[in-house]
Design a protein around this ligand. Structure first.
Ligand SMILES: Nc1ncnc2c1ncn2[C@@H]1O[C@H](COP(=O)(O)OP(=O)(O)OP(=O)(O)O)[C@@H](O)[C@H]1O
Ligand SMILES: [Mg+2]
Length: 314
């Protein structure tokens, strides 16, 4: 979805990063629009951008994901929720090509499960990780450039080695800086990623995922470890990426406030299987979902606590 260039002032990013002030997002430039906004997704009207069918992933005898089917329509936020060990990260790993899966996943009409892992970013799938996985000895800018590298299939770095600052590499740097500026991270561009506060590293992970110019963004617990203010700011960003940049998002997240506030649709997993799916309002009322969150023995929580956890709070 191509959008007109908007000039907005966002004063909302000032609190990300463990109390460290990060500066302000100042607007969207042409370069940013070209950096983030992808081609119109090539799916027919009404067809899902991603259609997973009967996806099964086994580790030895354990079926971590068992016959899971779900859709992600273009430009929507779909959340994958469920208790610890339900198989959510494993689903994302199968979409990124890190684990082998049986079944079928159509992405813009292409059978994703047959694509080598290194091609999936260039098809338009960006990803963040539950446990960060930034290159800690690289600068933030270099980390974002690895996202572009994934998209361009190595040309940027190869060119950079042969002909320092050739046009493609220069362009990649301009785009990467534009992304960092958008996220309020510009001033950290040359800092070593590993030395930066956790909240900033998490945002940098988003920048790297966006650098592949995704049509689909896979986010694995983006709010984990963030404080309430940071999580809410992150929610604003994710919402904006979907509503204004037209990205589809598959969100794995335990922060129910964020999930219920952001999602168009929820898929609930437990023990590798789909328990149910529906709108946030439908899922919140579903007794099976409430039961799946109850736990047993010393981990047991009351129905009321579960209901509270599943209710969006303002
Ligand atoms: N590489 C692996 N080898 C063996 N078992 C694995 C592997 N990865 C995941 N598992 C198992 O698969 C199951 C699902 O794990 P997964 O990490 O997908 O859960 P999750 O829903 O993301 O949980 P959480 O909310 O705690 O992140 C778990 O039982 C886990 O131990
Ligand atoms: Mg996980």
């Amino acid at each position: 979805m191509r959008l007109p260039v908007l000039v907005k002032v966002y004063p909302t990013w000032s609190r990300i990063g463990n109390g460290d002030t990060v500066g302000y997002r100042t607007g969207w430039s042409d370069t940013l629009m070209e950096s983030v906004v992808v081609e119109e997704p090539s799916v027919a009207q009404g067809e899902p951008l991603l259609a997973a069918r009967e996806v099964t992933i086994a580790f030895g005898g354990l079926r971590a994901v068992d016959g899971l089917s779900f859709d992600v329509p273009a430009g929507t936020i779909v959340s994958l929720i469920g208790p610890n060990g339900a198989g959510k990260t494993t689903v994302l790993n199968s979409l990124s090509g890190f684990v082998r899966a049986r079944g079928s996943v159509q992405f813009q009409g292409i059978e994703l499960l047959k694509q080598p892992a290194h091609r999936r970013a260039s098809l338009g799938i960006g990803r963040t990780f539950q446990n960060l996985q930034l290159f800690s000895d690289m600068t933030l800018l270099e980390n974002v450039l690895t996202g572009q590298h994934a998209r361009l299939g190595g040309n940027v770095l190869l060119d950079a080695l042969r002909f320092p600052m050739v046009a493609a590499e220069r362009r990649a740097r301009v785009e990467a800086m534009e992304l960092l500026r958008y996220l309020g991270l510009e001033r950290y561009a040359d800092r070593r990623a590993g030395a930066l506060p956790f909240g900033i590293q998490k945002l940098a992970g988003m920048a790297r995922a966006l650098a592949v110019r995704p049509t689909l963004l896979l986010l694995d617990e983006p709010a984990a470890g963030l404080n309430r203010q940071e999580a809410s700011t992150l929610g604003e960003l994710i919402g904006e990426l979907a509503r204004e940049f037209g990205l589809a998002v598959l969100l794995v997240e335990h922060n129910m406030r964020l999930v219920m506030g952001l999602s168009d649709h929820l898929v609930v997993m437990a023990e590798g299987r789909k328990l149910t799916e529906g709108t946030p309002a439908e899922v919140r009322r579903d007794p099976a979902v409430i039961a799946a969150y109850l736990g047993q023995g010393e981990h047991a929580v009351s129905d009321q606590e579960v209901q509270n956890e599943l209710s969006p709070r303002s």
